[in-house]
Write a protein that binds this ligand. Structure first.
Ligand code: UDP
Length: 488
């Protein structure tokens, strides 16, 4: 049976002294060999992440990377879903006042539009106050680095004459489709995000994407979504530069196409998480027993299954997943996040006896796993994923082929690239259906085709290793970014 995650650290507040948070000093973390002892270059960067796991993690990793280059770091964050400061004793954490309960009530994805409106309107003044205070301190602020979704902070940065750089947590390919409704409408195309097209036809200027791959969240409020997108695009165009958690070798052509619409400087310095040993940016407690369970299995024999921090499935879909896994006869490590099955707390809706007969023999179910370590484990042979960009990139970095079950947003695009462009996995084209699941698992874990996926992804993994070394593309882009910020 599986272990239970007991701590969900969603409501924790930082240990910062709120009355004088920026004077909080932290001793260096002795475990942090990469950043310890680096001389300060005397410049402070302020980071502002969006309060979702998939956005907080890369932002903290980016902050760590720039800290290793001599910058001091302040993380401006919401009280809800706040990062754990004890994992980053070399950073200063500054909570934005009043960002607990209201945000908590909006954090569900169905409220995403309201959340984005709220943070970009109601939170702009509290952020202005925080930044103003930081700028008056001795070391000032060299640059504000925000998630692209905090577009309201551009006007604050302009007022304070503070350079703003944006970080987009997806890859470039999916970003192009994310902004497509605005760019296509600007260019006079009739297509807008009000059209929920589900056809197999290619999207002109965005090949290989199909109509059905275009982001489709919020079909009930297309104009609201369009307005937010328009403001996001405007905020990005006004920013000094964009930072990407991807690497040139993977997306060179997409970068070229993107630069025509966004002529800002682009810094591709990913994969962020490979700069440091597995990081501690998880907002949930990771079940370390997963790794001992994997130790008992032969190389490439286990299918790791996780749909990230946000996806929720219907009970009927959950049962198809369970039976697909059961019928595949493949060992599996399955992350079932509490609350991720509609109407259930955790595993209650599994059929009687399922856990005893199926899971105990060859499966292990946890509430949250140390994913990067799981993917790096020799026993892990495949990853059934929701195709979030962090998960996709983490899988690429460990050479693990994928089965893709995207739900919304950039996941649809990532899945299309995995299956049709990079050819490092398969996409389940018909949602969750036990027969299709079973054959996809066989294809990836046992068939000749799976071997081809593995060879291709291992080849890309080699490019990752190269791009991070001295002279490699991400290494050089990071040097350029540092010099660019120092030139402000
Ligand atoms: N993750 C984790 N344990 C899990 C599942 C996910 O640590 O059991 C991490 C994963 O390593 C990744 C992040 O959560 O860094 C998920 O980000 P992604 O962009 O893939 O998806 P999102 O959660 O934003 O939908």
């Amino acid at each position: 049976m599986s272990n239970i995650i007991s701590t969900i650290d969603f409501n924790s507040t930082t240990t910062c002294n709120q009355s004088n948070p920026t004077h909080q000093t932290h001793p260096h973390n002795p475990m942090d060999t990469t950043t310890a002892g680096k001389p300060s270059n005397g410049h402070r960067l302020v980071f502002l992440p969006l309060p979702y796991q998939g956005h907080v993690s890369p932002m903290l990793q980016l902050a760590n990377i720039l800290h290793s280059k001599g910058f001091s770091i302040t993380i401006l964050h919401t009280l809800f879903n706040s990062p754990n400061p004890t994992n980053y004793p070399h950073f200063t954490f500054l909570p934005i006042p009043g960002t607990g309960d209201e945000l908590h009530s909006l954090i569900d994805l169905k409220n995403i539009l309201r959340l984005l409106n709220y943070i970009n309107a109601d939170l702009v003044d509290p952020i202005r106050v925080c930044l103003n205070r930081l700028m008056l301190e001795e070391d000032g602020v060299a640059c504000l680095i925000t998630d692209v979704h905090w577009f309201g902070t551009q006007s604050v940065a302009d007022d304070l004459i503070l350079p703003r750089i944006v970080h987009r947590t997806s890859n470039i390919s999916s970003f192009r489709s994310f902004v497509a409704p605005v760019l296509l409408r600007d260019k006079g195309s009739v297509r807008g995000c009000d059209e929920e097209v589900k056809s197999e036809a290619s999207v002109s200027r965005l090949e290989p994407l199909k109509d059905k791959d275009l982001p489709k969240f919020l079909p009930n409020d297309p104009e609201g979504k369009y307005k937010i997108l328009e403001l996001t695009v405007k905020g990005i165009k006004q920013a000094r530069a964009l930072i990407w958690n991807t690497f040139k070798e993977l997306e060179e052509h997409e970068l070229e196409a993107l630069s025509q619409d966004f002529p800002n400087p682009h810094f591709l310095i990913g994969p962020f998480h490979k700069f440091f040993p597995a990081s501690s940016s998880s907002l949930l407690t990771q079940d370390q027993e997963s790794l001992s369970w994997l130790d008992k299995h032969p190389p490439n024999s286990v299918l790791y299954v996780s749909f990230g921090s946000l996806v929720r499935v219907e009970e009927s879909q959950f049962l198809e997943i369970a039976w697909g896994l059961a019928n595949s006869k493949q060992p599996f490590l399955w992350v079932v996040r509490p609350g991720s099955v509609e109407g259930s707390e955790w595993l209650e809706c599994l059929p009687d006896g399922f856990l005893e007969r199926i899971v105990e023999g060859r499966g292990y179910i946890v509430k949250w796993a140390p994913q990067q370590d799981v993917l790096a484990h020799p026993a892990t042979g495949g990853f059934w994923t929701h195709s979030g960009w962090n998960s996709t990139l983490e899988s690429i970095c460990e050479g693990v082929p994928m089965i893709c079950s995207p739900s919304f947003g950039d996941q649809l695009l990532n899945a299309r690239y995995v299956s049709d462009v990079w050819k490092i996995g398969v996409k389940l084209e018909n949602g969750f259906e036990r027969g299709e699941i079973q054959s996809a698992i066989k294809k990836v874990m046992a068939d000749e085709e799976g071997l081809e996926f593995r060879n291709k992804i291992v080849n890309i993994k080699g490019k990752v290793n190269f791009c991070l070394k001295k002279g490699g593309s991400s290494y050089s882009s990071l040097e350029d970014l540092v010099n660019y910020i120092l030139s402000f």
